[in-house]
Design a protein around this ligand. Sequence first.
Ligand SMILES: Nc1ncnc2c1ncn2[C@@H]1O[C@H](COP(=O)(O)OP(=O)(O)OP(=O)(O)O)[C@@H](O)[C@H]1O
Ligand SMILES: [Mg+2]
Length: 134
Amino acid sequence: MPDMEETIPIKDEYDIVTARSAGKTIASSTGFGLVDQTRISTAISELARNILRYAGTGTVYVRQVTADGRNGIEVVAGDQGPGIANLDLAMTDGHTTGGGLGAGLPGTKRLMDDFEIDTEVGRGTIVTTRKWVQ
Ligand SMILES: Nc1ncnc2c1ncn2[C@@H]1O[C@H](COP(=O)(O)OP(=O)(O)OP(=O)(O)O)[C@@H](O)[C@H]1O
Ligand SMILES: [Mg+2]
């Protein structure tokens, strides 16, 4: 089953819509119900929006995954932007350096099952998230 995948370069607002809808399509084919499809596409748009706002450009990869007999979806959002100096702060509800709500990263963590950030100041940021079909 794990064969659907999409790579969406993020460089403008339209790419956020493209990434969001690719995620919804793959989530639906993976077996997620409507509510989870919406959670996943919301997470994708938050990550893509962060790429656009903080790094300028980057890439979102969405793919089907299987582990321990479970099917799921993996979203990897990567950029070569400024990186995140204080990850604990970035993961705090309400913390923003960009005039936002500071809800994107903590919200994405709540919407998905697995959530990891690999970031280095001056090098960039890779956020990897997964969600598993119940
Ligand atoms: N890809 C990224 N590159 C560099 N910094 C980032 C990136 N993504 C998030 N950050 C940093 O982490 C902070 C928190 O991100 P988060 O998405 O939670 O909130 P926000 O983008 O500020 O506001 P919101 O998402 O609610 O509009 C950002 O303000 C920014 O400082
Ligand atoms: Mg954000």
